[in-house]
Ligand binder design. Sequence first.
Ligand code: OGA
Ligand code: MN
Length: 287
Amino acid sequence: MITVRKTGAALGAEILGVDLSQPMDDATFPHIVALWHEHEVVFFRDQKLTPDQHVAFSRRFGELELHVRKDCCRPGYHELFVVSNIVVDGKPIGSQDAGLFWHSDLCYLKVPSRGSLFYALEVPHDASGKALGDTKFASATAAYNALPEDTRRKIAGLKAVQSYKKGYYRERNAGPRKPLTPEQEAKTPDVEHPIVRTHPFTGKKCLFVNEGYTASIAGMPGTEGDALLNRLIEHSTKPQFVYRHSWRVGDFLLWDNCLVQHQAITDYKLPLRRHMERTTLTGTAPF
Ligand code: OGA
Ligand code: MN
């Protein structure tokens, strides 16, 4: 029996009564998808999943992305992108600095990701037992709905330039990343997407700009475009649109990459370990 507990924030709900390691009947899966679309972020606690089970459940949603940074994926599982500060024999087991800036996964691709399924394997804690390394989620629907009418009119039909390089090098300045290889750069040219994006399943309107990857407003160079973009970006993550998730080992959380953007909080470091794994759903072209 599924029950739902809303977080009380603008988005997010816990789904109780589901063991994701067990076969799921054909009525339960669409129910979960509908709850996800309604609440934008949903999570299940106390899950025990093998990598194969994580991938298998993710595949029910459709095709999975293989991350351009293959060195950050779990060995033998190009579908599982590892986010972790753990280093084994001098080699990081995954991306050590994913998501420092607000972003939406793969928003810089022509066809961005539909959503991401994130599983917590190790969570850092402070001396008092409080979990560290939270993730913040901001509702792009709440942000859009709260825009003044004249701003909505102004941005209707506009596109923004989304740039992997902007995001990558910005995170690189803050962390230990190597420069991109020419091959990685060739796979990630800048793209343009509507600033007001329509969610493909629910028709909800979303404000699709973010601090991490949105470089400019297409066709609006100079200070006018920059000022508008900065205003939209600043608006998009106001506290009233945000849910902050405090992780527990065994949490399995789904975020929608059109309905929300997210940001990692790095308030911990080794020897406190964090190990998360993510599958990334292939999406559809934004409109
Ligand atoms: C990601 C990401 C945030 C976090 O994996 O896409 O942004 O808190 N992670 O690790
Ligand atoms: Mn991310």
